[in-house]
Ligand binder design. Structure first.
Ligand code: SF4
Length: 709
């Protein structure tokens, strides 16, 4: 008899609820539908989510631990991990080891990994592929609000009268949100949508105005908007006076760098009339939402871009109101959960921070930590550089494929090739990264795991197992806890299941989180005493969920509705953002700019979506989009092959001609890799430059050249 399981999609940050009808657990037969009661999607699913049932076979599954190429049992594999870990720490100290995780991990896995590294190994060298996804938003939120807090929610995308989508191909990357927006616009035709993106994507199908902005100039556009709003007199003076600081410096910085609409248009490569129209619409529309994604975050000025946007919302007092406010759309299913547990190397659990000694001490005491890290660790790009330099000698990679997804991926290959110990835990056996592993640990896959994820609107949802675990696969939290126990920390890692870890995580969020240290917006302490059955039946809930908020059991839709923020003086900060041309511009050697991103039906490095023939029907091979005039200039034809080279690497891709790209820019998808194509991973071309505040790499702006081949 079929069993019904309510779970959450494995892919993007929308976090859609799924109703799975398990027909045969042994054969992994399952029918997938959208969960009509889940507040993220109300029954909708996109192509990727609805094909999940086609990706749960045992094809290419890692089912047994492997040490130095030999299949072994768990005892032997864990003993090997611990012996090499122990040896490395003893000889070179705790900062010689590192862990690189993933926004695909469940919150419980993420929490335990951070606890082991930061509380017991004594190093914060734990970063994650979420660094490539939303670190700039985290840094921007913290600068403006004093906390990494998303003020608004998905419903606001439907309630607004003006939606500004910046650097987001929502139609392909957050498809269910796009469906919700399109339905709202059909119901309310007066609603306007502005799309700000160098590419004309499918998202532009619903745009009333598309600003095909020059790559990397968003700060100029929003600094210009800040000035324009202040000149037009639409500033909410009461709000600014009572709830913010720093406006004059922000205006001065904007004035210094952009000055006039005409100059903004020139810098951004736009028509003055289009910039004027955008500014007018923003000025006269109270119910405005600005939503953004990787086009903002993945940039050397990503944090400034975020703050330039937030400045405009602060000036107009449009924060945390129904249909009005800023909303970051995270890429991965649990990038937000990672933020909650301190998944980034510069953060501590429960939104605490290494910059505050009280926070470090608080976490130390809560964990009864044997060896608490006291300073931030290395962030993704820096971490792989440190491996190559020999400073890090033991790396444990969990649930991610950095040799494809990292910028300057060839450098990462060189790093792993010479690292004395590489441990990879994954549900997939053969990836570009696992080829360099000394030790492979079989992790449970999406259909076998139990835990929680948090989506872009702060909504925590349960992810549940559909089938028993395959082969020797085990949950990531179990693998980490076993290693911790063998290192002598069994008491602190004596977990019987995911619910126990979730309750500890929830308890830490409330630990000493009272009025005197209210800077942490994250508080789910009301969920700290869930029984196994409560946890099993936990309904999707938006944090914060503390005792004082139990009157709204489904959590808080919006924050900062009262204009009180988590800074010391409870006021939001305007951040001065100055537009500057970034250093890595095109030249005679590399005359075109490479932009990278997702396509509609594939996910990350295709280890799962590549298993579905249906998903490959949309686009079945890697390609590069080229403007026809650029193609003529470089003697390229539609469907011909070309060699794409940057200062960092080369790939061979099939040409697709399109006028949807700005002339002088090309676009290639991120998904294909050495294992599934002959083209080479696109990450190997991408420059490893990072934002100075967030250390997020810039995947949107690499000078390249194209040659026929
Ligand atoms: Fe999954 Fe995202 Fe599609 Fe929803 S929109 S079904 S979360 S991939």
């Amino acid at each position: 008899m079929a069993k019904t399981v309510h779970t959450t999609c494995a892919y993007c940050g929308v976090g859609c609820g799924i109703t799975a009808e398990v027909r045969n657990p042994e054969l992994h037969l399952v029918d997938i539908q959208g969960n009509e009661n889940h507040p993220a999607n109300f029954g909708r699913l996109c192509s990727k989510g609805s094909a999940l049932g086609e990706t749960v076979s045992l094809e290419n599954r890692l089912l047994t631990p492997v040490v130095d190429g030999e299949k072994v049992n768990w005892n032997k594999a864990l003993d090997e991990v611990v012996s090499r870990l122990h040896r490395t720490i003893k000889q070179y100290g705790p900062d010689s080891v590192a862990l690189y995780g993933s926004g695909q991990l469940l919150t419980e896995d993420y929490y335990v990994a951070n606890k082991l590294m930061k509380g017991f190994i004594g190093s914060a060298n734990i970063d994650t592929n979420s660094r490539l996804c939303m670190a700039s938003t985290v840094a921007g939120h913290k600068r403006a609000f004093g906390s990494d807090t998303v003020p608004n929610c998905y419903e606001d995308l439907e309630l607004c009268d003006l939606l500004v989508l910046v650097g987001s191909n929502t139609a392909w990357c957050h498809p269910v949100l796009f469906q919700r927006i399109r339905a709202a616009k059909q119901q309310q035709p007066a609603m306007k949508v502005v799309v700000i993106d160098p590419r004309k994507t499918d998202t532009c199908d619903i745009a009333d105005l598309h600003l095909s902005i020059k790559s990397g100039t968003d700060v100029a556009l929003f600094a210009g908007l800040l000035l324009d709003l202040s000149v037009r007199g639409v500033m909410d003076a009461d709000y600014v006076g009572q709830h913010t600081t720093g406006l004059q410096s922000a205006l001065k910085a904007a004035e210094d760098s952009v000055g006039s609409v005409r100059l903004v248009a020139e810098l951004c490569g736009l028509k003055s009339t289009d910039v004027e129209t955008f500014y007018q619409w923003f000025a006269r529309t109270d119910k405005t939402v600005t939503a953004w994604s990787q086009g903002v975050n993945q940039s050397v000025s990503g944090t400034d871009k975020v703050n330039a946007i937030l400045n405009c919302h602060l000036l107009t007092g449009r924060i945390g109101q129904p249909g009005s406010g800023p909303l970051s759309l995270t890429g991965q299913p649990n990038a937000m959960g990672g933020r909650e547990v301190g998944g980034l190397a510069n953060q501590l659990a429960a939104h605490m921070d290494f910059s505050d000694m009280d926070d470090i001490d608080r976490v130390r005491r809560f964990w009864k930590a044997a060896n608490m890290a006291e300073k931030p660790g290395r962030t993704a790009v820096d971490l792989f550089r440190s491996i190559e330099k020999g400073d890090i000698k033991f790396i444990w990679i969990m649930g991610t494929n950095p040799l494809v997804s990292m910028p300057d991926a060839s450098q990462c290959i060189a790093a792993l090739a010479q690292c004395p110990t590489v441990v990879v835990s994954d549900c997939i056996e053969k990836t570009d990264t696992s080829a360099y592993a000394d030790i492979l640990l079989p992790a449970a896959g999406w259909s076998e795991k139990d835990g929680t994820v948090t989506n872009s609107e702060r909504r925590i949802s349960r992810q549940k197992a559909l089938f028993p675990m395959s082969g020797d696969a085990r949950p990531d939290w179990w693998i980490i806890s076993q290693v911790a126990a063998r290192l002598g920390f069994s008491e602190a890692f004596d977990y019987s299941g995911a619910s126990q870890i979730f309750c500890e995580h929830a308890a830490l969020s409330g630990f000493e989180n009272n009025d005197s240290c209210k800077r942490r917006g994250f508080d789910i302490s009301a969920l700290a005493c869930l029984t196994e059955s409560d946890y099993d039946q936990l309904e999707p809930v938006q944090w914060p969920v503390s005792d004082s908020q139990l009157s709204s059991p489904s959590g808080r839709k919006r924050l900062f509705t009262d204009g009180i923020f988590f800074t010391e003086d409870r006021r939001a900060r305007f951040i001065p953002t100055r537009f500057e041309w970034q250093s890595n511009q095109t030249d005679s050697h590399y005359p075109l700019l490479l932009n990278t991103g997702r396509i509609r039906d594939h996910w990350h490095t295709m280890t799962r979506t590549g298993l579905s023939a249906r998903l490959s029907q949309h686009i079945d091979e890697p390609f590069i989009e080229v403007h026809p005039e650029d193609a003529e200039r470089f003697s390229l034809k539609e469907q011909s092959f070309c060699r794409v080279s940057s200062a960092f690497g080369t790939a061979v891709l099939k040409v697709r001609l399109t006028t949807g790209n700005r002339q002088g820019t090309v676009f290639a998808p991120m998904h294909w890799n050495r294992s599934n194509s002959r083209s080479g991973a696109i990450g190997s071309l991408v420059n490893p430059l990072t934002d100075p505040f967030s250390r997020q790499p810039d995947f949107k702006h690499t000078p390249v050249k194209l040659e026929p081949c």
